[in-house]
Design a protein around this ligand. Structure first.
Ligand SMILES: Nc1nc2c(ncn2[C@@H]2O[C@H](COP(=O)(O)OP(=O)(O)OP(=O)(O)O)[C@@H](O)[C@H]2O)c(=O)[nH]1
Ligand SMILES: [Mg+2]
Length: 399
């Protein structure tokens, strides 16, 4: 008698092996299920072990002929294979589950991945910032806001304000939209606008003072044109800038083109007379000589002209492309005059318009106008808070 043991994944496979090896007359002696584990696999494999024998002479009573067992298992497996409806149903369920997973993936996992990417970028920019500058503690800044903090610093908003604004912004925005740049920046623009106060001209005479070359004469020409041509006002121009012939010429030729009466004042008495002469006018615009804030003697000349003169709106003109510390120093020097408001110029020439916010907060002064170009009278606007904050956040081209 030949006795042999076969292992296979299925009974069908085992029977085929036995048939091939021992022939159709072999008998099944025993069958059992065994499990086999592999060092390469975490999962144990289940096998069928079949012992078969062939020797009809000795073993008169084989328990079961190979043929019979083969037939039984073959038909069993065939039956299982033929059970198409059941398989189809399983396949259908698998498909349904796969579809669910797929859809869940689209809605949630993709969103989660997007959020993770956003937070990663945010962390990267926080690390970059920490490498560059370690004098400000960013630990209070919520994740997701580093990007906006950096943006505010980049556009010139002072670091401490940027941090406070980012924290305040986070408390108020819809957190689900934290990565939506347009939404967050619009919100930021509204928050920033709260720090500005607009000064609408209410006094009869407006005097523009400030350092050299900041745009006093150009701004005055723009305002004179707007008040005369747009608001239909009767206006007069006084220039106290007799320092340079060119400067007097510049203003007188503007006045001539616009058909506006203009006079030149040198002394305090001249100025008083000019004001008297224009007393019937709706508005009077007064230009002054540009003085270096360091030139104390010449600054005093300006101060003596306007000090104690009533009903003057004194506007300090600051070119916003000037360094913040210099702007503060300029304000300091000129604040011997009763400054009513600030006029910001040259916004078109700077990448850091956030300086306007720093100035408005530090100097606690309202703003009357902002100027963003050389064209008279187009490149100027009233400093309405939302418009100014929009200029800061979006830049002057998109603001
Ligand atoms: N880009 C830009 N240039 C400006 C703006 N305002 C004025 N300017 C230009 O700045 C230069 C100086 O302008 P002025 O109006 O003469 O300046 P100012 O303050 O009167 O100068 P001084 O009288 O010499 O002190 C001129 O070339 C102007 O065209 C502005 O908002 N943007
Ligand atoms: Mg001038």
């Amino acid at each position: 008698m030949i006795v042999k043991t076969y292992r296979a994944r299925t009974m069908r496979e085992a029977l085929l092996k036995i048939k091939h090896d021992l022939g159709e007359d072999a008998v099944i002696v025993s069958t059992k299920k065994i499990t086999k584990s592999s060092i390469f696999s975490f999962f144990k494999k289940e096998l069928i072990e079949v012992t078969a024998a062939i020797d009809n002479k000795i073993d008169k009573k084989p328990q079961e002929s190979f043929k019979a067992v083969a037939k039984k298992y073959m038909s069993k497996e065939e039956k299982t294979i033929k059970k198409k409806p059941q398989t189809n149903e399983l396949e259908e369920r698998i498909k349904r589950l796969e579809k669910l997973v797929e859809n869940a993936g689209k809605e949630n996992i993709q969103r989660i991945v997007k959020d993770i990417k956003y937070d990663l970028n945010d962390l990267k920019s926080a690390i970059n910032y920490a490498k560059k500058d370690s004098d400000i503690d960013l630990s209070k800044l919520p994740l997701g806001m580093h990007k906006y903090f950096n943006y505010m610093c980049d556009i010139g908003i002072n670091k401490k304000y940027s941090l406070k604004l980012a924290v305040a912004l986070y408390k108020n925005i819809n957190k689900d939209r934290i990565s939506d740049d347009t939404y967050v920046k619009e919100y930021l623009s509204v928050v920033i606008s709260q720090f500005f106060k607009f000064n609408r001209l209410s006094k009869k005479a407006m005097v523009l003072v400030g350092p050299t070359g900041v745009g006093k004469t150009t701004t005055l020409a723009k305002l004179a044109a707007i008040y005369k041509l747009k608001f239909n006002k009767n206006i007069g121009i006084i220039t106290t800038d007799t320092y340079r012939i060119g400067a007097v010429d510049q203003l007188l030729s503007y006045a001539k083109i616009m058909d506006i009466p203009a006079v030149v004042s040198i002394t305090k008495e001249d100025f008083a007379h000019a004001l008297k002469d224009f007393s019937d006018m709706d508005n009077i615009f007064v230009d002054t000589v540009g003085r270096s804030p360091k030139d104390i003697k010449r600054l005093s000349e300006i101060f003596s002209l306007f000090n104690n003169t009533v009903n003057l709106n004194i506007s300090l003109v600051l070119a916003i492309n000037t360094k913040e510390e210099d702007c503060l120093d300029i304000y300091d020097r000129f604040s011997r005059l009763p400054i009513d408001d600030l006029i910001f110029t040259k916004i078109d020439e700077t990448n850091t318009p956030g300086t306007m916010l720093n100035m408005a907060v530090k100097l606690k002064k309202p703003v009357s106008y902002v100027s963003f170009g050389q064209d008279v009278p187009d490149d100027i606007m009233e400093a309405e808070p939302l418009k100014v904050s929009s200029l800061i956040i979006k830049g002057y081209k998109n603001g």
